[in-house]
Design a binder for this molecule. Sequence first.
Ligand SMILES: *[C@@H]1O[C@H](CO)[C@@H](O)[C@H](O)[C@H]1NC(C)=O
Ligand SMILES: *[C@@H]1O[C@H](CO)[C@@H](O)[C@H](O)[C@H]1NC(C)=O
Ligand SMILES: *[C@@H]1O[C@H](CO)[C@@H](O)[C@H](O)[C@H]1NC(C)=O
Ligand SMILES: *[C@@H]1O[C@H](CO)[C@@H](O)[C@H](O)[C@H]1NC(C)=O
Ligand SMILES: *[C@@H]1O[C@H](CO)[C@@H](O)[C@H](O)[C@H]1NC(C)=O
Ligand SMILES: *[C@@H]1O[C@H](CO)[C@@H](O)[C@H](O)[C@H]1NC(C)=O
Length: 525
Amino acid sequence: MKTCSNGSYSAYLLSSLCIAFVIAVFVLSGYFDTSIRFSVSTLKYSIPLIELQSKVLSSDHDDNARAVRSARFTAGFSINSLRNQSVISEVVSSDPDDDHAQAVRSARSTTGFSFNRLRNQSVIRRIGKLSGEEKVERGLARARASILRATSGGNVSSSTTTTAAINDDGNYVPNGVVYRNPGAFYRSYMEMERRFKVYVYSEGDPPMTHHGPCKDIYSIEGRFIHEIEHGRGEFRTSDAHRAHVFFMPFSVTMMVKYLYQPLSYNLTPLKHFVSDYVRVVSMKYPFWNRTHGADHFMLTCHDWGPHASQGNPFLYNTSIRVLCNANTSEGFNPQKDVSLPEIKLYDGKVSPKLLSPPPENAPRPYLAFFAGGLHGPIRPVLLRHWKNRDSDLLVYEYLTKDLDYYSLMLQSKFCLCPSGHEVASPRIVEAIYAECVPVILSKNYVLPFSDVLRWEAFSIQIDVSEIPKLKEVLKAVPEEKYRRLKEGLRVVRRHFVLNDPAKRFDVFHMILHSIWLRRINVRLA
Ligand SMILES: *[C@@H]1O[C@H](CO)[C@@H](O)[C@H](O)[C@H]1NC(C)=O
Ligand SMILES: *[C@@H]1O[C@H](CO)[C@@H](O)[C@H](O)[C@H]1NC(C)=O
Ligand SMILES: *[C@@H]1O[C@H](CO)[C@@H](O)[C@H](O)[C@H]1NC(C)=O
Ligand SMILES: *[C@@H]1O[C@H](CO)[C@@H](O)[C@H](O)[C@H]1NC(C)=O
Ligand SMILES: *[C@@H]1O[C@H](CO)[C@@H](O)[C@H](O)[C@H]1NC(C)=O
Ligand SMILES: *[C@@H]1O[C@H](CO)[C@@H](O)[C@H](O)[C@H]1NC(C)=O
């Protein structure tokens, strides 16, 4: 399997060539010919019933599964009554949303039901005439209704501690004060897992499309593209008519690398690339024009992402732009755009010091810590007031060789996260990993996942005007409040972790969930 490593573009080409060669050999030797015929015939005429049963019953949130499962417990039913194989293959191939399931369910609720009524093909076929688009909309309407019901429900369970949410099994249930509305989030997340389908445009070639940076500060860009294109694929569909959103997998960071003339400050080539991409897909497919791009998304962590997106006015004004540079005074619109966390991966990895949570009672001798260059509008103020001033509130421009960045984070109670050249900072995620309470010092920054997470439950926001009083403000945080903030960090950590392959509720899933919320246009708060 391809991994998002520091593997270069040439390695990508080479592996594609190898795969193409292998396929060519198979085709020439007639292997595929027979194997395809074999699998088609298996599907159509002779799915073994045991396999069918496990296939239908395996997925928990599947309507078909539920319908069949409960049908199985209905008196008189036995899986053998599904003798008509063409019915079986229709039921198996249908989506969770699908109306076959609906047919099964309503048939079940009718008195005198027996599964044999499924033999009435005209029922199934009539409902089956809905177009892919109608089914998509119908499914979304159901998801919206279900989420809205959960929104008024509040908490998932009656537990009132944040720690209740910590468990590492696959059945995570969000709970506690770090969530705006844990019940609604949980429902929305489950609906996403059950329904959400992304169509990834195939147009374009690496390195500027289907590829992105996998290390350093913009790594989230490459990681996302890699995961959606080569990951487990449960959210990807190859049937564009069944898709809820359309992804344009170009990388602004790669455009900067290959198209930008260093020091020219001319971003026109980036805008042209984006504009051409939109033009190509809008001419080749009907989907862009249908909504003026409202169900399309792009994703970039590069500072110039918002500029590049100006290449097409509809992309800028209407599409979902997933951006690290979520600066509302540079056109970021939280109603439709998504704030992307910046995660710095030196050499493609998280520092081993931050990989697992630090011991809960590890000593933290310093009040606060920051080290970083003098960029952007806010850091000069911070450094002017605090650089090398205080032995308790450590503020450095650059660390001397004898000091270690992550060790200092792990030894501090608060980590200062001022904006730099742009609003986002990789320090925020690093502070979460280090359980060092982030102190957000920014203006016009929409924090990642803030429609789900209550940032005030695990971070502190301090107005830039209060920088001169920073020490007083931090010292005034009561011990009990600090303890709760740290507890909150333990809970949200999983939402900021990059896994390869992705795991439920991790950063990849949270990004997708933000996109899902924009697509269904539901607010959870
Ligand atoms: C099975 O379904 C097919 C397709 O609708 C239909 O033509 C056929 O008559 C059915 N067979 C039985 C035994 O019900
Ligand atoms: C099959 O469904 C059609 C359309 O709903 C209905 O008119 C017909 O009576 C049904 N036939 C049987 C045998 O249930
Ligand atoms: C939900 O849980 C939080 C703490 O986890 C608690 O403060 C709040 O009162 C609960 N709300 C409801 C509606 O139960
Ligand atoms: C979409 O609209 C553009 C501009 O109006 C047009 O050139 C293009 O052909 C349209 N695409 C399709 C698939 O009709
Ligand atoms: C996009 O929004 C800007 C500013 O609101 C507006 O000037 C421009 O006409 C819009 N473009 C489109 C295509 O709607
Ligand atoms: C946010 O955008 C405004 C307007 O372009 C700019 O003045 C400000 O410096 C930006 N903030 C940061 C932290 O880059």
